[in-house]
Design a protein around this ligand. Structure first.
Ligand code: ZN
Length: 222
């Protein structure tokens, strides 16, 4: 009998603590409606496989969640197939799309980053480049897209003003890609606006992210 009473009291305390936590989370200003629709942070499933982080089975890499130095998958097959379709369709419209950067190994990123640091200093380099391990290009799921019609704005935010840039912004999700570093979300993604950098997440997620205007971080409840 004594054990039963202790048990009931214990469960009650846990339930009270949980409901308090729930109210606190709800009151957070960052908890937007769009966020609630996909559930609170607790509903996302996080898995770490050989040092690579997946949330809801989507690989995530950013400045806070790097990839291990030995993760060297090359270009993802599904991403490559989807990209070929995207390029073909865009080029049927005369956009002259081109891949300006694709898969980059940890070692390649290390060389690039070190060169940028030498040139502009670490603080500046950090803003436009990624430290080895935190570049999405190491995942094999990301590509930089430009146009041979307007090479002067490749890797430039003015790319979004070109026909190619506008088309990419409006249609990438139809092929399973998202514009990974949107405008005005620098504090969330950790990267400046990059209208040329696309990331493969599959059609279902790409559509949801496109329609919700969320970053991948927000979409995954980070
Ligand atoms: Zn990129």
């Amino acid at each position: 009998m004594k054990k039963l009473i202790i048990g009931i009291v214990f469960i009650s305390i846990i339930l009270m603590a949980c409901s308090n936590q729930w109210r606190k989370d709800d009151a957070k200003p960052g908890n937007t409606d769009a966020h609630k629709k996909q559930g609170t942070n607790n509903n996302h499933k996080k898995k770490i496989k050989n040092g690579v982080t997946f949330i809801d089975d989507i690989l995530i890499v950013n400045k806070k969640i790097p990839l291990p130095s030995d993760y060297n998958p090359g270009v993802d097959k599904s991403a490559r197939t989807a990209l070929t379709k995207l390029l073909n369709d865009g080029n049927k419209k005369g956009l002259k799309l081109t891949i300006t950067s694709g898969f980059r190994s940890y070692q390649r990123q290390q060389t690039l980053f070190n060169n940028y640091v030498k040139k502009d200093g670490e603080k500046a380099a950090n803003k436009y480049s990624a430290k080895p391990g935190s570049s999405e290009h190491q995942s094999g799921l990301s590509f930089d897209i430009g146009s041979t019609k307007t090479p002067q704005v490749n890797f430039n935010t003015d790319f979004v003003k070109t026909k190619a840039g506008k088309w990419l912004k409006a249609h990438a999700h139809e092929y399973g890609f998202i514009i990974r570093y949107p405008k005005g979300k620098e504090t969330i993604t950790g990267y400046q606006y990059e209208p040329w950098h696309i990331r493969y997440v599959g059609k279902k997620h790409a559509k949801a992210i496109y329609e919700s205007h969320l970053t991948l971080e927000e979409y995954l409840g980070l």
